[in-house]
Design a protein around this ligand. Structure first.
Ligand code: SF4
Length: 82
C-alpha cells in the first residue's frame, strides 16, 4: 500500500469519526459533561461547555458516550458529521 492511499484512507476515517457537539438551545449548563469528560470539554465563564474541535479519539469514545447519556437535557450529541 502506498503512503498516499494510506493517507487518503485515514482522512476518510477522520471525516466519519464521531464528533461531539452541543445544542446551545437545550443546554442548561449543568456541567455534567464537563465533569465526565474534561479531556474534551471545558467550561466557559458562564458554565456552558466548550468542546475541543475535531473527532473524538478512539480511547475517549466510551467516556464521550457516557457524557452524552448523562446529559440531563439531551443537549450533548455524538455524531459522525464532518
Ligand atoms: S451536561 Fe448537557 S446540559 Fe449540562 S453542560 Fe453539558 S451539554 Fe449542557
Amino acid at each position: 500500500m502506498s503512503a498516499r492511499s494510506a493517507g487518503g484512507r485515514s482522512q476518510a476515517r477522520a471525516g466519519k469519526a464521531p464528533r461531539l457537539r452541543v445544542n446551545p438551545i437545550a443546554c442548561e449548563a449543568h456541567g455534567v459533561c464537563i465533569e465526565l469528560l474534561p479531556e474534551l470539554i471545558r467550561a466557559d465563564p458562564w458554565g456552558y461547555p466548550i468542546i475541543r474541535p475535531g473527532p473524538v479519539p478512539d480511547h475517549l469514545l466510551p467516556l464521550a458516550r457516557r457524557a452524552v447519556a448523562s446529559c440531563p437535557t439531551l443537549a450533548l450529541l455524538l455524531g459522525g458529521q464532518k
